[in-house]
Design a protein around this ligand. Structure first.
Ligand SMILES: C[S@@+](CC[C@H](N)C(=O)[O-])C[C@H]1O[C@@H](n2cnc3c(N)ncnc32)[C@H](O)[C@@H]1O
Length: 186
């Protein structure tokens, strides 16, 4: 079972990845950063030297060997990326199936209404090196309700929110889903 599947439009993925690389160059002299997409699905963010994971054994990037199949929120993570980039699953906390919600609650103790996307942001923060960068496409709800606590905790621990682009339509065809692009440095 996998959750929150939506394929990211290529033009949006390119904008976020390009901005992440510009920010990285401003914070580090390492010009070969290891880039990881932890929820890579179709692999739209991936270039040949990047690493990736996805929960779904049938995700194209898993099937073609570019991504390892694992649960980013619950499994051990095998990489030490400089940059995390991607589009975490969009799923409101209340819609996460109960048994999985309980496992996530037991692991993160962050309340049962927190979105999967916000847990991805927190898990990424836990794994990030310093210097390190995350560049994620989230839903606008990342700045609302119980999710905002994650951003507050990151700031308390010294995280720097470098850039937030709010209210970005998911794709050209539909403005029904609006997203927030979030860039955080450690
Ligand atoms: C919004 S989609 C983005 C996919 C990708 N950017 C693309 O264009 O195909 C979210 C992805 O997160 C994956 N996913 C959901 N829960 C996950 C988890 N706990 N660990 C890793 N991947 C997960 C889904 O299988 C899905 O491929």
């Amino acid at each position: 079972m996998t959750y929150g599947k939506h394929y990211t439009p290529l033009e949006v993925a390119n904008i976020v990845k390009d901005r992440a690389l510009v920010l990285w160059r401003q914070m580090s002299s390492n010009n070969k950063p290891l880039v990881c997409d932890p929820s890579s699905g179709g692999g739209v963010f991936l270039e040949p030297d990047d690493v990736a994971t996805d929960l779904d054994p049938n995700a194209p990037s898993v099937l073609d060997g570019r991504a390892k199949q694992l649960d980013f929120l619950l499994d051990d993570f095998p990489y030490e990326p400089d940059i995390f980039v991607g589009n975490p699953p969009f799923l409101y906390g209340g819609k996460i199936p109960k048994p999985y919600q309980t496992e996530l609650y037991n692991r993160y103790k962050r309340g049962r209404r927190i979105d999967l996307c916000a847990l991805f942001v927190w898990r990424t923060w836990e794994l990030m090196k310093s210097p390190g960068l995350m560049a994620y496409i989230c839903t606008n709800s990342i700045c609302q309700g119980p999710n905002i606590q994650v951003l507050q905790d990151i700031i308390k621990q010294g995280g720097q929110i470098l850039r937030v682009d709010k209210d970005i339509p998911w794709d050209k065809k539909s403005a029904a889903v609006t997203t927030t692009h979030l860039y955080i440095a450690k």
